[in-house]
Ligand binder design. Structure first.
Ligand code: AMP
Length: 395
């Protein structure tokens, strides 16, 4: 893979697209610096080579120039994390940026103002990309979180660095993780797909049918499958207009030799509420007025058995309404099983959409092999789409 390891950055200006789109509180303090931490290996390696990192990122969704979305709010923290002086340029292109880039010395980092203060960024404007390109000698893309966007700084800019473009370490890690699940993972490969709706997961299910050995279906999607097969789902979340699709998925899985596992029993509740009354019932015999909000004990034993028998595991989406403490057991138990499988040598990737929230809430990030940093970008990768940010470097 074409990474920063293929370049010697000594005396060179590395124009790095990072994802510093971090959450800030009302006092503009960073409340979660994961994205900055994740970019540190790339930035530090370039500094260690004697290179000069020039960092460009977006922050939030500003409409024009909006003070609250200024990247100067992260300047001090970036300096602390990287252990280097950070100079801030109050614009990402033009004289201000160019003069700052020219004056940059080895050991210093230049942080450019929010790319999205210019509408040309999201428009993928070529002239704007060229202005950015003037600032550096080598283009590095390390912003996996925006790799699914064909923006000026994430994709278009690469054409101005035909021989001097590469992935940063974070991008490289994400690409390796995706390939392990989609292409060269050790078998059996299992995808655990939870979450609320079949409609939002259909593309990923279709892709997994061509990729994996086992698919575990959980969460709210369960009931569309169960009802389609003639079961009683009570008041559970169910997409009636997707029942035919569900049956088609089951048929395709059979034809392709993919095992599909659906919950056997569930924790049913008499309302959508943490303090609802509950009972354990068979998945296809949920009483009227009751709704399945978590996986039941028999289900968890079966799912754990499948997961522990796997060598490669993808986890996308919770097994129940994990935001309610009383319905988080299934998601936690699944995380434990994936953690055990990982400890025994399996590769496990968590990512796509909001899955990472559940993993962080229960502290699973250290028990799985890899937690993706890019919700939308990972989801699109797992759906089999080619990401513009990756393609632009490979071309
Ligand atoms: P998604 O964004 O599609 O991955 O879905 C995640 C959401 O699905 C979480 O907020 C869960 O609360 C919700 N969810 C999981 N299981 C159920 C269920 N049985 N009934 C309703 N919502 C569920």
């Amino acid at each position: 893979m074409n990474t920063i390891d293929n370049f010697n950055f000594s005396g060179k200006k590395a124009l790095i697209r990072v994802d510093f789109n971090v959450p800030l509180n009302e006092s503009f303090e960073i409340t979660d610096d994961t994205r900055i931490q994740e970019s540190a290996p790339t930035i530090k390696k370039i500094l260690a080579d004697g290179g000069m990192p020039i960092l460009m990122s977006h922050l939030g969704r500003p409409k024009g120039v909006e003070e609250k979305y200024s990247l100067k709010h992260v300047q001090a923290h970036v300096a602390k994390v990287m252990g280097a002086e950070v100079i801030f340029a109050s614009d990402c292109v033009g004289d201000v940026a160019e003069n700052a880039a020219v004056g940059l010395k080895p050991g210093q980092i230049l942080l450019l103002e929010n790319l999205r203060f210019h509408k040309e960024e999201e428009a993928g404007d070529e002239a704007f990309a060229q202005k950015l390109a003037k600032l550096g000698d080598i283009y590095v893309n390390d912003a996996f979180g925006t790799a699914h966007r064909a923006h000026a700084s994430t994709a278009i800019i690469a054409k101005f660095f035909p021989k001097a473009k590469c992935f940063g370490y974070l991008m490289a890690k994400e690409i390796v993780a995706i390939d392990k699940v989609l292409k060269n993972g050790e078998k059996p490969v299992t995808a655990v797909l939870g979450g609320s709706k079949v409609s939002s997961k259909i593309t990923i299910i279709n892709k997994m049918l061509d990729t994996v050995n086992n698919i575990i279906i959980g969460g709210g999607m369960t009931y569309t499958f169960v009802k389609a097969k003639g079961g009683k789902v009570g008041a559970s979340i169910c997409e009636d207009d997707k029942m035919e699709l569900a049956l088609d998925i089951l048929k395709q899985a059979e034809a392709k030799g993919v095992n599909i596992y659906i919950p056997l029993d569930v924790i049913a509740a008499d309302s959508f509420n943490n303090d609802a009354h509950t009972q354990v019932v068979e998945v296809d015999a949920i009483p009227d007025g009751w709704q399945g909000l978590d996986a039941g004990p028999k289900t968890l034993v079966k799912f754990a058995e499948v997961v522990k028998g796997s060598k490669t595991i993808l986890w996308n989406g919770p097994l129940g309404v994990f935001e309610f403490d009383n319905f988080s057991n299934g998601t936690k138990a699944l995380g434990d099983a994936i953690g055990e499988a990982t400890a025994s040598g399996a590769f496990s990737l968590v990512g796509g959409g909001d899955s990472v929230a559940a993993v962080k809430q229960f502290g699973f990030q250290n028990k799985v092999s890899y937690v993706s940093t890019g919700g939308g970008a990972m989801l699109e990768s797992l759906e089999g789409k080619e990401l513009p940010g990756i393609k632009a470097i490979l071309e």
